[in-house]
Structures are given as structure tokens and as C-alpha cells.
Design a binder for this molecule. Structure first.
Ligand code: SF4
Length: 283
């Protein structure tokens, strides 16, 4: 589907709209595009398949276990540690089967990854952060029209607590720096606020991240940030729109930085050269 081209009420400083826009934009896609547009292209446009990174696989399986726990709390079902651990193990195996090989390197590394997952989940369930009351909602997928964005904004929230606080869970190898965490995840957190405000007309009391850290002694750390004011919201909408415009304009180029150390497309990146308009016409 091609969305209607509209003028944004601010300038991103980039070129005018291309003719075809993506159907929607998610904070995850926008952050990936803004981090390195060429890596975004290889992963999400060219869909070049690579072995799944271990951290991504572990994060997804932990996420599935937390979802099972929160859903059980919501429905009044079985939320015992054994059932949650079984949900983790099932997801761990299902993801290996359904999403292709994981880049473990060895069977020992696979088993260590599995045990790490079970340990961080047990630490969460034991922590004061483990959901006690019935949540407002679990795994909420919202798509809303947001002023200033030329395509709908979509986002999947892990959990909405009883007081409407959206919570996003992160698996992490190291303890997060609390002063940077909310800033690092600004696009995602503020997008959730925008979605909730558009969907239910409520501003959440805070925007929360819960980190499940797989240090030697696993830790569960909550980072709470204030809801965004008008300036922060406008800034995030402008970042989202910059990603939409770049994707719609086929603007994909290397953006060397820290992300190169875990990028799986170094060879493809080295082969990249810009295509000039004359070459495009001649092709
Ligand atoms: S190697 Fe670096 S610049 Fe190249 S695509 Fe990967 S992340 Fe981008």
C-alpha cells in the first residue's frame, strides 16, 4: 500500500518526499535505519540471511518467557517458575527451528546460552520488579496516526502496568548506565507514549525499561524516565520522519561507527558504491 504524501509541519533538512512511502514506521525500524542505513538495507530490504546472533536469539526466548509469565498474571493462569522456564525452553527450540541457525559456534556455547536465559528469568521472577498485580495489557500492538508523521506509527509494547506505564524489557550482557539508558532508547519510549496518548488519550505516568542483566549474578534493573514534554515528542517525531523519508528515498549508505563491530555485512559494505543518476538511467 502506498500512503498519501503529506507535508510535515517541520523540516528534517533532507530532500522532499519520494513518491512511495513505507506502510508504517516502528521505533525499532527507525532506530535501525538511523544507526546505519546500509545495514538496515542489507537486513530489511535485501533480506540477506545470516546466522542469528546469539544475543538476539537469547533476547527473543527470554521475551517469550516473560510474555508467558505476564499473560498468566493477566489471565490468572499458571505463573509458576517451572511453567515460565518451560516457556523459555520451548521458545529457545522453536526459534532455532523456525528462524534458522544460531551463531553459537559450539554445543557448549549453546548450552551456556540456554542456562544464562534460565538464570536471568529466575532472577527477574525473584526480584521486586516481577509483576505483582494484574497488568492493564500484555504484548500490545498499536498503530496510530501521529501529527507530523507521514505514515502511521506502529509499536508493540511488552507490558502496560495497571497505572498505564508502558514497560519494555531488555536482555543485556552488562549493567546499563542509568543516566544513558533512557536517552539510548528515547525513540522507542517516546513512541510508546505517543501511541498510548493517541489510542486512549492518557499520558503514562512514566516510561520504563527493565533490564535483565546476565552478569555472574544475574540482576534485574528498572530505569524509569519521565513522560516526554512537547519538545521531546516533536524531536522523536522528527527522527521517525527522517527515517521514513530516507527509506522512501532509497537513501542507504555506510555509517561507520560502533555498530560495525557486530555488523554481519562487512563484505557487502566494502563493495558498496553510490549509484549516480546517469548510471541508474543507463542500467
Ligand atoms: S560495516 Fe558498518 S557502515 Fe558498513 S553496513 Fe555494517 S554497520 Fe554500516
Amino acid at each position: 500500500m502506498i500512503a498519501a504524501v503529506q507535508d510535515a509541519p517541520f523540516s528534517t533538512g533532507l530532500s522532499k518526499w519520494a513518491q512511495s512511502l513505507p506502510d508504517h514506521i516502528s521505533p525499532t525500524a527507525a532506530k535501525a535505519y538511523l544507526s546505519c542505513s546500509l545495514m538496515f538495507y542489507f537486513e530489511r530490504v535485501a533480506c540477506i540471511k545470516r546466522k542469528t546472533p546469539v544475543s538476539l536469539h537469547l533476547g527473543k526466548a527470554v521475551h517469550a518467557a516473560l510474555q508467558a509469565f505476564h499473560l498468566a498474571r493477566w489471565r490468572g493462569g499458571d505463573d509458576s517458575p517451572e511453567t515460565v522456564a518451560a516457556a523459555f525452553d520451548k521458545s529457545f527450540r522453536d526459534l532455532e527451528r523456525d528462524e534458522g541457525p544460531v551463531n553459537y559456534g559450539s554445543e557448549q556455547k549453546r548450552e551456556k546460552t540456554r542456562i544464562d536465559g534460565l538464570r536471568v528469568i529466575a532472577a527477574y521472577l525473584d526480584s521486586p520488579e516481577a509483576l505483582k498485580d494484574k497488568p492493564r495489557a500484555v504484548e500490545v500492538l498499536l498503530t496510530e496516526t501521529i501529527p507530523g508523521l507521514s505514515v502511521p506509527l506502529t509499536g508493540a509494547m511488552d507490558l502496560i502496568e495497571g497505572n498505564f506505564t508502558p514497560v519494555d524489557f531488555k536482555s543485556s550482557a552488562a549493567k546499563p548506565d542509568k543516566s544513558h539508558a533512557a536517552f539510548d532508547h528515547e525513540i522507542q519510549l517516546v513512541s510508546y507514549q505517543l501511541l498510548l496518548e493517541a489510542a486512549i488519550g492518557e499520558t503514562p505516568p512514566s516510561l520504563d525499561l527493565v533490564f535483565l542483566v546476565k552478569t555472574k549474578k544475574p540482576q534485574t534493573i528498572r530505569v524509569t524516565s519521565k513522560p516526554a514534554d512537547a519538545h521531546r515528542k516533536r524531536r522523536v517525531v522528527a527522527l521517525l520522519e527522517t527515517a521514513v523519508e530516507g527509506i522512501a528515498s532509497n537513501r542507504f549508505h555506510p555509517q561507520p561507527g560502533m555498530q560495525c563491530s557486530w555488523c554481519q555485512f562487512r563484505n557487502e559494505c566494502m563493495a558498496w558504491l553510490p549509484v549516480h543518476e546517469e548510471e541508474r538511467k543507463a542500467a
